[in-house]
Design a protein around this ligand. Structure first.
Ligand code: NAI
Ligand code: 15L
Length: 266
């Protein structure tokens, strides 16, 4: 399982830094891109290409000669609409337009659980549930999933949209006991998203083999994803935290606090 050149956007970010290391075996060349500075400089088998995703021409040049894209770049939290519009909404359009022009046939899109964030934590849903975005950020990821479906139906570009739960070194709170995705499982899932044939546009959840979950992840199992980690070993540590009030969005909604952020000053 190896491609010639994989583009990783958002390479300077939290997950980008992790995947910069872990995707090395899957490409002869990893092209790393971000609007932010990146350290260290390009190593062997790496190219560093700074790019603002809201710049259509720059994104077009960025995708030249790539065989697949792992698209992590963009605003990753709830922010005023205009910021999300530039980085995430215009950004995803630029990525797919460039993919069409340069004949890039596979995209792995970092979507988010915030596409379905307004479901309650006592609801169990699969990847086909009606979307309930919990803010501008979640709306932008929902738009990204539609963009992926459109570019498959119209141009045959295949995408796996991963609704990532919470991917951090360990679960940081009670909510993340359900939504946690370890870095090891993230890497395996991305490998499946890159190399499984005939995915069309598939939506999956990005979560580890956690004990108490909200999401039926059979769509990821169909890609051959079998998570190896679980949040359970962290339970004692997490449950030693002060209790969360039952009225706190973190205790009610799958999207937690994102459901209650904003409006931003107007
Ligand atoms: P992050 O915020 O650390 O990284 C995102 C990167 O995108 C940053 O380095 C930032 O500089 C870059 N970026 C922002 N605007 C840009 C623009 N206009 N042009 C080019 N680059 C731009 O986020 P993280 O945690 O690494 O997440 C990566 C991706 O996964 C994001 O798309 C995020 O929405 C998604 N995700 C992450 C989750 C997590 O638990 N870490 C959960 C759900 C989704
Ligand atoms: C996300 O979409 C964010 O990018 C990440 O920083 C976390 O907040 C995560 O969701 C989460 O819901 O825990």
């Amino acid at each position: 399982n190896k491609l010639h050149r994989i583009l990783l956007t958002g390479a300077a970010g939290g997950l980008g830094k992790v995947l910069r290391e872990r995707l090395q075996p899957y490409a002869d060349v990893l092209r790393l891109s971000d609007i932010a500075g990146m350290a260290p400089a390009a190593g062997p088998h790496e190219e560093v290409v700074p790019c603002d995703l809201s710049d259509k021409q720059a994104v077009d040049a960025l995708l030249a000669d790539c065989d697949a894209i792992v698209h992590l770049g963009g605003v990753s939290v709830e922010r005023p609409f205009e910021e999300i519009l530039e980085a995430n909404i215009r950004g995803i359009f630029h990525v797919y337009e460039a993919a069409r022009r340069h004949d890039v046939k596979r995209v792995v899109f970092a979507s988010s659980n915030h596409v379905i964030g307004f479901y309650k934590q006592d609801e169990h849903i699969d990847a086909h549930a009606h979307r309930r975005p919990d803010g501008y950020y979640g709306l932008s990821k929902s738009f990204g999933e539609d963009m992926a479906q459109f570019y498959f139906d119209r141009y045959g570009i295949e995408t796996v949209s991963i609704r990532i739960g919470s991917s951090f070194p360990e679960p940081l709170n009670r909510r993340m006991m359900s939504s946690w995705l370890s870095y090891r499982d993230l890497t395996t899932l991305i490998e499946k998203c890159l190399f499984t044939p005939d995915v069309k546009h598939t939506v999956v959840y990005g979560m580890s083999d956690n004990k108490v979950v909200w999401w039926d992840n059979s769509a990821a199992a169909k890609l051959g994803f079998a998570p190896q980690d679980s949040s359970e070993p962290f339970r004692e540590k997490v449950e030693a935290q002060p209790p969360v009030a039952p009225t706190d969005p973190n205790a009610i909604y799958q999207g937690g606090a994102f459901t209650a952020q904003g409006p931003f000053g107007d």
